[in-house]
Structure formats: C-alpha cells, structure tokens
Design a protein around this ligand. Structure first.
Ligand SMILES: Cc1cc2nc3c(=O)[nH]c(=O)nc-3n(C[C@H](O)[C@H](O)[C@H](O)COP(=O)(O)OP(=O)(O)OC[C@H]3O[C@@H](n4cnc5c(N)ncnc54)[C@H](O)[C@@H]3O)c2cc1C
Length: 381
C-alpha cells in the first residue's frame, strides 16, 4: 500500500486487504491476455460483485456496502493499478446505480437496488450522443409517453458496457429543448428496440466494450422514470460529480502502478556500470512522479471526505479529476521514458498504462470541461 494512505477504520483496512488479494490473484495474472484479445472479463466482474465491490458506497439497507466514499475510492485505486478496465467497470457501474439510489422512489429502490448493488447485474450510463458529448444538455434522444410506456428513439454514443450491461440509465428528452426537457429512464438491456452497435476500436482499455446504442422505438415502462419528469439533467450532473472522483481514483492507481514499475526497473537496469536510478537526472524524474501521485491522491481523497461529510464537493471533484488524470498522463509517459526502448514495447506494462491514461482525460467530462466548471465557480463566486 502507498505510504501516504491512511484508512479511516480497521474494517476499511480489512476490505483493502481483500481487494489486494483479488487484484493480485484474479486480475494481475489475466490482464494482458484479456487486453490482447479485447475480451470483457464478465466472470471476473461477477466475482468482484459477489465480493461486495459493486455497491460499496451505497446503503446497506438495499444491499450496498455502506462504505464512505473515501474508502470506495481507495478500492478503485487498488483495482486500477492491476487492470484499469476492471476498475472502470466498477466505477461506471457505481455511477449507473446513482440515479435510482439518489432519486428513485422507495418502491423503485426496493425493487431495483438489491440486484444492482449485489453484483448480479451490471449497469451502463447513457448520456453522450454522436453529435453531443461535452454539450450534454443538447441531447436529442427522445422518449415519448404512450399510455403506460415511454417509447425511446435516438442514438447514444461511447457507451461503456454497451452490449454486456444488464441495465441502462437513459438520459432522454421528454420535453422541450435545454436541460429542463431531459428525463432519466432505467431500462432493462434486453428491451426490444435497444440495439448496441459495433464496438469501437479503442487506443487502450481494450477489454472494456464501448459502442453506440441505437434506440429504435424501445418501449420502457413508465414506472421506470427515475426522479420527476424534467430532472434528468440534474441527475446526470450529480451522478458525474461522484463519477469524476472515481475517475480521479483510477488515475491515481494507474499512475502509482507506473511509478512502482519504473522505480523497480531503474534499480535493476544498469548503464555505464551503475543502476540507472543512481543518475540524478533519472532519480529526480522519479521523485517528481512520486510527488505528483501523492498530490493527486491527497486532492482526490480530500474531495471524497467533503462528500462523506455531506458538504458541497462538485468543485473539488472537478479539480481532482482534472489534476489526477493530467498527472496520470504525465507519470505514465515518464514511466515509458524511464524504461527507454523497453518502455515502448508490450513486454512491459508501461506502454499500456500510457495508452490507458489518455482516456481518463476525456471521459466523464473532458479536462477542458473540468476547467469550465472550475472557472465558472471562480467567475460567479
Ligand atoms: C472510452 C470511452 C468511454 C466512454 N464512456 C461513456 C459512457 O459510459 N457514457 C457516456 O455517456 N459517455 C461516455 N463516453 C463519452 C465521453 O464522456 C465523451 O467522449 C466526452 O464527454 C467528450 O465528448 P465528445 O467526445 O463528443 O467530444 P466533444 O464534446 O466534441 O469535444 C471535442 C473537443 O472540444 C473540447 N470542448 C468542447 N466544449 C468545450 C468548451 N466549452 N470549452 C473548451 N473546450 C471544449 C473538448 O474538451 C474536446 O477536446 C466515453 C468516451 C470514451 C472515449
């Protein structure tokens, strides 16, 4: 465990111990083969679900783990260091559980949450569209009320878990233009008319399926509207505040893994008759990497503690996502540099870490959008 981590309880320390066992025993030996095949590890995600890791920050009353966000993020960090796609699966699923947990009625929570949080079902979060990613409030997927159903038509883009998820949060237009016309539906993946398209061929995270989803007059029962009609955009943004902290934690875990690998390599590799870590030019690069990882971890956990205390944390989540993911890009790129030519080939994991880091600067609001959020707070006070 990183030396700058302090866990809030003995229970949390035990949990992290269990997660480390799973990460070392189940994830580390399999990651390279699954990434090379581009295969989604559904069974491994199921194992993680059965260990209680797919509902960690949610109410125990509905089958969640009842853990503070601070602890959940450290679990994500641990997973991300072994296999980012699996950590991402946990983070996206946790994001997908947010709408019904925070905005569902009592009866919706009782009906849907136990299976969602218990690990049997996997979720996806469908906000982005082909013509609108950053400007999510302009989304055009429509849901028209007909009798006891909503009939959904349109196309979502970039959906993580498209084709492997069991349920989809669909953010769709039930009213007029702008954010106030958007609602949130919780749909079963097997609903006729919900048609995942060809998988995208991604730079990294190749074992994580991402695709467009076509909604061809898919009928979703009206009792699956989450929150009131027209509050979908608010739900989507609040979910992303939490989700961004998950992405920040993934970035910290990935960067820590890159740092650890680079340090171990630099101690072993000799040039000019000495281990390369003895060269100050290289050792200072490692020192900067270590400092940046710790700074990103501290910022991320500080934002999580605000959330755990029930305080506003949206601004701090944006800062953490921005800083941690830019940091992961720098640190993984430097890790490749530390290995020289060996860093550029797939025999060592650092080239994968570098490819994986890139996406973290893009998902759940690009880092330009995080700057928009932060500067808006500064402008408006
Ligand atoms: C692997 C992967 C998985 C994803 N998973 C999901 C998912 O599960 N669910 C989901 O809904 N979405 C998902 N996304 C989509 C992701 O959230 C979007 O790609 C992202 O929000 C950016 O949208 P865009 O790609 O349409 O880019 P655009 O919005 O077209 O942006 C293009 C460029 O313009 C910049 N830009 C845009 N507006 C501004 C502005 N106001 N100021 C400054 N710069 C700006 C952006 O930062 C970016 O650099 C995923 C994406 C990827 C790559």
């Amino acid at each position: 465990m990183a030396v700058d981590r302090i866990l809030p309880s003995a229970e949390a320390a035990d949990l992290l111990g269990l997660v480390r066992e799973i990460a070392d025993g189940e994830l580390a030996p399999r990651v390279e083969a699954y990434e090379a095949r581009g295969e989604f590890p559904r069974e491994i995600v199921r194992t993680i679900g059965r260990a209680g890791l797919l509902g960690l920050p949610y109410d125990e009353e509905y089958g969640g783990g009842g853990q503070p966000y601070e602890v959940y993020l450290q679990v994500l960090e641990e997973l991300a260091g072994r296999w980012l796609a699996v950590a991402e699966a946990v983070s996206v699923h946790t994001l997908a559980c947010y709408p019904v947990s925070a905005y569902g009625t009592d009866s919706q929570r009782k009906r849907f949450l136990p299976d969602m949080l218990g690990g049997e079902l996997l979720g996806a979060y469908c906000l982005s569209e082909p013509a609108g990613g950053s400007d999510a409030a302009a989304l055009t997927t429509r849901a028209e009320r007909r009798g006891e159903s909503y009939v959904v038509s349109g196309t979502k883009a970039w959906i993580t878990h498209a084709g492997v998820a069991d349920f989809y949060d669909i953010f769709c237009r039930t009213g007029g233009s702008g954010p106030g016309g958007i609602s949130c539906l919780l749909a079963e993946a097997r609903t006729p008319g919900i048609n995942p398209q060809r998988r995208e061929r991604t730079m990294g995270l190749r074992s994580s399926p991402v695709a467009q989803i076509a909604f061809d007059d898919a009928e979703v029962p009206a009792d699956r509207l989450i929150g009131d009609d027209g509050v979908g955009f608010t739900i989507a943004m609040k979910a992303l505040d939490s989700g961004r902290l998950g992405i920040a934690a993934c970035a910290v875990g990935l960067a820590q893994a890159a740092l650890d690998y680079a340090v171990a390599y630099a101690r072993e590799r000799e040039q000019f008759g000495r281990p390369i870590i003895d060269f100050q030019g290289l050792a200072f690069m490692l020192a900067d990497m270590a400092t940046q990882v710790s700074a990103a971890r501290a910022l991320t956990l500080a934002a999580a503690r605000l959330r755990d205390a029930g305080r506003p944390y949206s601004l701090e989540a944006a800062k953490a996502k921005l800083f941690a993911t830019d940091m992961a890009m720098r640190v993984t790129t430097d890790a490749v540099q530390v290995l020289g030519g060996y860093g550029y080939v797939a025999d060592h994991p650092v080239e994968r870490y570098m490819r994986e880091a890139k996406v973290l600067q893009i998902v759940e609001g690009t880092n330009q959008i995080q700057r928009v959020v932060i500067s808006r707070h500064l402008t408006r006070g």
